[in-house]
Design a protein around this ligand. Structure first.
Ligand SMILES: [Zn+2]
Length: 474
């Protein structure tokens, strides 16, 4: 907070609330560490009990800050934590979203310590979930605790939705949202699950990519076949899968599925100029990701390729013999997980159908090929000039002493599209970790500085949003 180029307001938040935050600094850090010790991995069934423990932890904290109607909502998979603090009659109502589930931890040998033994050292939290997204959830709770300690209530009405399936496609939440429109009635939504920009530059994310995730299974027989006896006379599922995958995307970075780009909203020259103006250092990005070279889509910059262009990747591939030495087989089957990152207005179902049809078309004869939809979410876009976006910009400027940049993020938060498209709410994406925080990777980390700043920005944000006209168009 001592960067000479930044000039925060002398008192960006109420002095009594600031005093409470100063006093609670170590307790707030400990709360994050405690939360991050719960191995709430949503995609691994053996962690289902931990999901409940994490949900109850969040619910207890919400009760502790005086939230009403706090409920750990049982779903077909992991619970949704709901609650409200509606103590500002006439003020806007804000739907607040974070997620308490985390990504799996493999490869676990690359972690400095056990992923669920988080620590705070040299101003940095390290552990699974400290950035994505438990740290941000704790920032929200901390801001409320400080307000309460100062005898205050948030200046807007807050409705909390903290989910446990963000890393697993949010299916339960998608089913729950349309059934609970009344409980979710709001003027806008604030989602804290994004990051600052490279170089720790405060940012508001105005666009997110969507996703369509599928699995391709190639089957030959119920058992592996002897490659001497059968080789040359049957199709090999691993070879067949390799041919299918090769057909999906060209060396120019273009996805070859017919119709894939049909619904992509074209970028204006102004959009491209705004993206080009961002302080993005390609070489620093390359060095930090430790890759030999960056490859983008032909005709687009690296930053555009990784944020506003749709793409396709194999996320995993397996089949056949994987042990030491040699085993002369033709594998019985081979498999791949494939995902596409989508942009406005690509429809995940439509993209899946196009993928399935294309896989069938390019699959060689002699094997049985199945393409299965795993999950999907639409892309979203919120204008920079929306009053809620501008309120968030003021809160950031007050605390950080610098204007935020507006970014388009390559990742997906499917709930954003649900709030936007199903509930019709403008969505403000305010998130605080650094973008290279190793989310989803070993040694995930969060600057304590950003943890502190983000907490204060939340306090200020409720004041700023109180001035936003209700029912502003998204
Ligand atoms: Zn997240």
């Amino acid at each position: 907070m001592t960067d000479p180029t930044r000039t925060p307001e002398p008192n960006p938040i109420d002095p009594a609330v600031e005093a409470a935050l100063t006093a609670s600094r170590s307790a707030r850090a400990e709360a994050l560490l405690e939360f991050a010790r719960i191995p709430s991995i949503s995609t691994q069934p053996e962690h289902a009990p931990d999901m409940v423990v994490a949900a109850e932890w969040v619910a207890a904290k919400l009760r502790g800050v005086g939230a009403t109607e706090v409920e750990v909502v049982r779903t077909q998979l992991h619970p949704i934590v709901y609650g409200k603090i509606h103590e500002a009659p006439g003020a806007p109502t804000v739907l607040v979203y974070c997620h308490y589930d985390v990504q799996p931890v493999d490869p676990v040998e690359l972690w400095e310590t056990a992923p669920f033994v988080p620590f705070l050292r040299d101003g940095r939290f390290v552990g699974r979930g400290v950035a994505d997204d438990k740290g941000q959830l704790v920032m929200h709770l901390s801001a409320l605790e400080a307000l309460r300690a100062a005898g205050k209530a948030p200046a807007v009405n807050l409705t909390f939705v903290f989910e446990g399936e963000e890393e697993y496609g949010s299916e339960s939440l998608f089913a729950w949202i349309p059934q609970n429109r009344d409980r979710l009635a709001a003027d806008l939504a604030v989602i804290s699950d994004t990051t600052y920009f490279e170089g720790n530059v405060p940012a508001i994310t105005i666009a997110l990519r969507g996703i369509m995730y599928a699995q391709i299974d190639v089957e030959l027989s119920s058992v592996d076949l002897h490659s001497g006896q059968y080789g040359g006379s049957v199709e090999n599922p691993a070879n067949a899968l390799a041919r299918i995958i090769t057909a999906l995307k060209g060396p120019d970075g273009r996805v070859r599925i017919p119709g894939f780009y049909d619904d992509v909203v074209p970028l204006t020259d102004a959009d491209r100029a705004q993206i080009a103006s961002l302080p993005f250092d390609e070489e620093a990005f390359r060095a930090e990701t430790q890759v030999p070279a960056l490859v983008g889509e032909a005709g687009w910059t690296i930053l555009e390729s990784r944020t506003i262009r749709p793409t396709l990747d194999v996320n995993g591939i397996w089949g056949g013999f994987q042990g030491d030495g040699a085993k002369t087989i033709i594998p019985a089957h081979a498999h791949a997980k494939v995902s596409t990152r989508l942009v406005a207005n690509q429809d995940p179902q439509k993209i899946f159908e196009a993928l399935r049809a294309y896989v069938e078309q390019v699959a060689p004869p002699g094997v049985k090929v199945t393409t299965t939809y795993i999950h999907g979410g639409e892309a979203s876009l919120t204008p920079t000039d929306h009053p809620a976006t501008q309120a968030a910009a003021r809160a950031i400027r007050a605390v950080e002493g610098v204007d935020p940049v507006y970014i388009r993020e390559g990742g997906s938060i499917p709930v954003t599209a649900a709030f936007d498209h199903v509930l019709g709410l403008p969505v403000v994406l305010a998130g605080f970790p650094q973008p290279n925080c190793n989310a989803h990777a070993p040694n995930e980390w969060l600057d304590e500085r950003n943890f502190e700043a983000g907490t204060r920005i939340m306090v200020r944000l409720w004041d700023e949003l109180a001035t936003v006209p209700r029912g502003s168009e998204g």
